[in-house]
Design a protein around this ligand. Structure first.
Ligand code: GTP
Length: 435
């Protein structure tokens, strides 16, 4: 691990994990849409009228729900993208259900192919502050202005515009293979993918899925009910992303990236057997916060969480609260758990933590690299208490309480050490603390 900046490294590592899992999910959903595109039209051709009718209305329900949940969760980027998709679907259902050669229908189709993906890209790229607070109106204008321009262009002289552009359409591929749109679409995909790889995923990076649904619809516009199919798939995919996002919010600690206390409580509810729980606390964390600021304190927590998650013996780490972590070992092998804890305690203590450029008190003003005295690497240590579930105990609360008491003993003993209760025999025994 590079010693240059532990905080940055840790954040990158946690972000990397999030991004990885989110990308895999997106890839899975993209595959789902491709497979649906290949399989469902054939199935729909022989389906009942009721099924077709249902499919026609499903995008409204699914995308409507996805949009609503996005705005409620404050995922405004995603919310606006869903609005664009709903607008595109409305346009298809109300204006494009006749042969494209009629009137200005073909022009509307081309406008859809070119403008809707562009809007998705714009919402993906817009700064967050535009989409939050009092900027909603500005964000809406982003969508309304190009739509009004297209509407004005088409409304002025539809026949004339169509006649003028018809030759171009033929030249450029024409309906139903508007390869002219292939280039911008590929550009939008690249721009969105690039943006996603740079920024931290917060569950709002669904632009590629929206683009994909639009692209598959536009390029297969002659396939029956293609828009209903693709927008239904998109609605399902977005709802699934939102469910996963809620899961992460509910069961993961956003600062450190490890599971949170709710997740531990849920895990402990059904647990049986001789599992073990270790409580871990960062030593003198308050003085660290006071000396270098809260942001550096956060970096310490990330570093500790990241190191603890590498614990052996099948241990799983949870942030219990503040600077305290819990590790749950499903194993009954006391010696193995102790060895794993000891190894991780040593790793943390040996790591030279380089403080970021921060002023005491949390100010983020940059130091002048040449004049400011360099802060020497800091040593972070943790104390631990390990308790094993007993046969005479019914709930996990007692095990956690005992692990906490042992942690307190470790603090009393000078910190940077582990205290564990004695290995449990079948008969209830009196607890003794050992080093
Ligand atoms: N930076 C940061 N600080 C936190 C967070 N949660 C709790 N804290 C701080 O953690 C500190 C906990 O300090 P104490 O409980 O006094 O313990 P300590 O200083 O670690 O001392 P010992 O446990 O006795 O070694 C408090 O100052 C809290 O403000 C957090 O998420 N980020």
């Amino acid at each position: 691990m590079a010693d240059g900046n532990a905080g940055t490294w840790c954040r990158q590592s946690i972000r990397g994990r999030y991004r990885m899992s989110h990308r895999l999910i997106q890839l899975g959903l993209a595959l789902f849409m491709l497979v649906s595109m290949a399989v469902l039209p054939g199935w729909l051709a022989s389906a009942d009228d009721e099924v077709r009718w249902l499919l026609e209305y499903l995008p409204w329900v699914l995308l409507g729900a996805a949009g609503l949940v996005s705005f409620v969760y404050g995922l405004n980027k995603l919310g606006f993208m869903v609005l664009v998709c709903l607008g595109a679907y409305a346009l298809i259902r109300t204006q494009l259900q006749v042969p494209l050669t009629q009137g200005n229908v073909e022009l509307i189709f081309w406008a859809l192919c070119l403008v809707a993906p562009l809007l998705i890209l714009l919402y993906d790229k817009l700064p967050e502050r535009w989409l939050f607070g009092g900027y909603h109106l500005s964000a809406l204008m982003v969508a309304l202005i190009p739509c009004a321009l297209v509407y004005g262009l088409l409304g002025r002289d539809p026949q004339g515009s169509h006649a003028a552009l018809a030759g171009w359409f033929e030249l450029l591929g024409g309906y139903p293979a508007p390869w002219l749109t292939l280039l911008p679409m590929a550009g939008y995909f690249c721009a969105c993918a690039l943006g996603q790889s740079r920024r931290q995923d917060r569950g709002d990076s669904a632009s590629l899925l929206c683009l994909m649904a639009l692209a598959l619809t536009c390029f297969n516009f002659d396939v029956a009910a293609i828009s209903s199919l693709m927008f239904t798939c998109l609605g399902l995919a977005l709802l699934l992303l939102l469910v996963l996002h809620s899961y992460r919010l509910a069961f993961y600690d956003l600062l450190t990236g490890v599971r949170n206390r709710r997740s531990l409580d849920a895990r402990l509810k059904g647990i049986r057997g001789r599992y073990q729980v270790a409580m871990v606390d960062v030593d003198h964390f308050k003085s660290f916060n006071d000396a270098f600021g809260h942001d550096v304190g956060d970096d310490v927590l990330r570093l500790v969480a990241q190191r603890l998650s590498r614990v052996g013996a099948g241990g799983r780490v949870y942030r219990y609260g503040g600077e305290e972590f819990a590790i749950l070992f499903p194993s009954r092998d006391r010696r193995r758990c102790l060895a794993a804890l000891e190894a991780i305690r040593q790793v943390i203590a040996d790591y030279p933590f380089q403080v970021r450029d921060r002023q005491p008190g949390g100010s983020s003003r940059r130091r002048h690299r040449t004049s400011a005295p360099k802060i020497p690497p800091q040593t972070i240590t943790v104390s631990m208490g390990l308790a094993q579930a007993r046969f005479d105990e019914t709930g996990a609360e007692a095990v956690i309480r005992r692990a906490d008491e042992l942690l307190y003993q470790a603090k009393q003993a000078g910190r940077n050490c582990i205290r564990a209760d004695v290995a449990v025999s079948r008969r209830p025994t009196r607890r003794r603390a050992v080093a």
